[in-house]
Design a protein around this ligand. Structure first.
Ligand SMILES: [Ca+2]
Length: 188
């Protein structure tokens, strides 16, 4: 009985918090800020202008660290900008600094588009020579060697058959998703 009461009170408290949150959003500038806590940040977003320049708009969008049937892992990037972004000089690391994938000089990601890089054994020419672990990280660096975006996950966050991705694309917090390789992430 005590447990039941405590549970009821917890639910009531959660509802109260949700109500307060709703009010505070309604009173703000109406931008509908959601999914806080993203350390990827929107800083340095020099969007527009020369598409050759890194814009800071390319995000780690989705990761499969355990693909079914011994298929390759993959990491999907999403470009939040309205212009194509060249990825020459950019590179990806997992949690291990000794692991590094350098994009070929011709690599580009379309405006509001996706780009998939596979782990070891992948089917395209964008293939890393390492694979993600069940607890690991995907770190994207720009041509200046600056960390452009990253995510990390723990064992169990995204088991086989699922992915670890942002919703909505590029801006949302990372959660467990149904994999959508090279296309818009699905709602959790
Ligand atoms: Ca996707």
């Amino acid at each position: 009985m005590r447990a039941g009461l405590a549970r009821t009170m917890t639910v009531a408290a959660a509802v109260a918090v949700a109500a307060v949150a709703t009010v505070s959003v309604a009173c703000s500038d109406g931008s509908g800020t959601t999914g806080g806590g993203d350390t990827g940040g929107d800083a340095g977003g020099d969007a527009g202008g020369d598409a050759i320049e890194p814009t800071g708009s390319v995000r780690v969008n989705e990761v499969v660290n355990k693909a079914p049937d011994n298929q390759a892992d993959w990491v999907e990037l999403y470009n939040t900008a309205d212009t194509e972004t060249a990825l020459a000089g950019w590179f990806i690391r997992d949690q291990n600094d000794g692991h590094r994938f350098d994009f070929p000089g011709t690599a580009k990601i379309p405006a509001k588009g996706f780009l998939v890089i596979y782990g070891k054994g992948g089917p395209t020419d964008l293939v890393m020579d390492f694979a993600f672990k069940s607890g690991d990280a995907a770190r994207l660096f720009d041509a200046d060697g600056k960390l452009a975006d990253q995510t990390d996950w723990n064992d169990g966050d995204a088991p086989e058959g699922t992915s670890w991705g942002r919703y909505p694309d590029g801006t949302g917090a990372f959660v467990k998703l149904v994999p959508t390789l090279g296309s818009a992430n699905s709602a959790p």
